[in-house]
Design a protein around this ligand. Structure first.
Ligand code: FES
Length: 212
């Protein structure tokens, strides 16, 4: 599995919390690991606004045409990591089976996602069924959880169906960012406002035209 950061951290300004610090460190490492061999990175960066504009909240555009099943792109919007993950058919089929283990399986906490990502299927929390877009910060204290996307027994869950594990205090989320019951994180991962300019062009930070 290949993680690819599409934009690096902006210049540090203002207070930096621990979760953001972890993200910045992680992003720097990812860029360092893939930067030499991935020509797409400077191309994608050229679409994006300056670091100062991003911190102010400017939208970020991401080309997802090369995103394969099981892979994740990491963008940055408003100083936060945005995970863009292409989910497999097996993962999509596993999500409804998890509902009884989750705190808010139908995303009734309206603060955690825009309504349009629930319109087609609340269990997926996405506009396109296979592409998940999430703010990659734990809703407990803001650490950046690890993606463990494979359906197989994990050290922290023998019945693991893929998802995100936060090693800070052992919170677990499924591949739609829905939080498990009985963990410290109180809510599902946040879904940022976003839309598709075309089939392969994701715009983070702007709702679809006409969305309530
Ligand atoms: S910050 Fe993720 S579980 Fe505490």
């Amino acid at each position: 599995m290949v993680d690819e950061a599409v934009s690096g951290p902006g210049a540090g300004e203002g207070p930096v919390n621990e979760g953001r610090r972890r993200f910045l460190t992680a992003t720097t490492l990812v860029v360092g690991a893939v930067g030499a061999g991935v020509a797409a990175i400077p191309f994608i960066k050229s679409w994006n606004p300056s670091a100062r504009a991003k911190l102010a909240g400017a939208p970020v555009t991401v080309d997802i045409s090369a995103l394969q099943e099981g892979q994740r792109l990491i963008a940055e919007w408003r100083g936060q990591p945005i995970w863009i993950v292409r989910r497999s058919k097996a993962i999509l089929e596993a999500l409804p089976t998890l509902d009884s283990q989750l705190r808010d399986p139908e995303s009734e906490n309206v603060d955690q996602q825009p309504a349009y990502v629930l319109a087609a299927n609340p269990e997926l929390r996405s506009i396109k069924p296979d592409v998940s877009v999430l703010v990659g910060l734990c809703t407990h204290l803001g650490c950046s959880p690890e993606m463990v996307a494979e359906i197989r027994p994990a050290p922290f869950d023998a019945n693991w169906k893929g998802g995100y594990f936060c090693p800070c205090h052992k919170s677990k989320f499924d591949m739609a960012g829905r939080v498990y019951d009985g963990v410290p994180a109180p809510t599902n991962l946040l879904v940022p406002p976003h839309h598709y300019a075309d089939d392969n062009t994701l715009v983070i930070g702007v709702d679809p035209e006409g969305a309530a």
